[in-house]
Design a protein around this ligand. Structure first.
Ligand code: S3P
Length: 223
């Protein structure tokens, strides 16, 4: 059982009636998630459960302004796990800020570097992995994120995102005449990708960074 729980998918196939008496904390997983593990059988009488343990890294995805970086810092401090921020990894690797990378090398090169940063991470090291808002644009990135850990998607409603992103203007994709329109267009394109990629989604609209971090810990029984 322990070996199965350490399977990279963290999915097990057994009934809750069996799991609870022997102290395994588990919860049903939507069939969509089970479908992402095609090597596991599926059948009419098969139920998949995601074992809630702290034995997987925490991966944060979500649109710009949803608080990934701040929540990631808090999670690193409470868990003691190292934090890897793909934007920081890329900036360090190329010796340039993200703004300069977009301006000098273009978005496509940035996306290539983003995939390379994910490849460099060690799936066996428990860590907090913070990604940039566009990481879901490449399907291979999404597959890699699932190898790395449990994928939490942070969201916020549109007015909140506009407010949060209005305060800062350093993000290259938001250097447009009409920032609100750009945010809406990007969200329209990405919303389905975030939904598909997420194991767990947390709406941060009315939560503080500490509350979001707490909610992630609770859902992984890390509290
Ligand atoms: C991007 C988001 C940024 C950064 C880059 C591209 C995006 O990260 O990776 O500017 O495509 O949404 P944050 O989500 O941390 O702002």
């Amino acid at each position: 059982m322990a070996a199965a729980a350490n399977d990279q998918t963290a999915l097990l196939r057994f009934s809750q009636d069996f799991a609870a008496p022997i102290g395994i904390d588990c919860e049903p997983v939507a069939s969509r998630r089970a479908l992402r593990a095609p090597h596991l059988e599926s059948g009419a009488n098969t139920a998949y459960y995601c074992v809630r343990t702290a034995d997987r890294s925490i991966v944060l995805i979500g649109f710009m302004g949803t608080g990934k970086s701040s929540v990631g810092r808090r999670l690193a401090s409470v868990t003691g796990w190292p934090r890897f921020d793909t934007d920081q990894m890329i900036a360090t690797a190329l010796g340039m800020s993200i703004t300069k990378i977009f301006a000098r090398l273009g978005e496509e090169e940035f996306r290539e570097q983003e995939s390379r940063a994910l490849d460099k991470l060690d799936s066996k090291q428990l860590s907090i992995i913070v990604t940039g808002g566009g990481v879901v644009l490449r399907p291979r990135n999404v597959a890699r994120l699932h190898e790395l850990g449990t994928v939490f998607c942070l969201t916020a409603n549109l007015p909140t995102l506009e407010k949060r992103l209005g305060r800062r203007s350093h993000r290259p994709l938001l250097q447009t005449e009409n920032r609100a329109e750009t945010i809406q267009a990007l969200l329209r394109e990405r919303q389905p990708l975030y939904e598909q990629a997420a194991d767990i989604t947390i709406d941060t609209t009315s939560l503080t960074h500490d509350q979001v971090a707490q909610s992630i810990q609770d859902s992984l029984a890390l509290a």
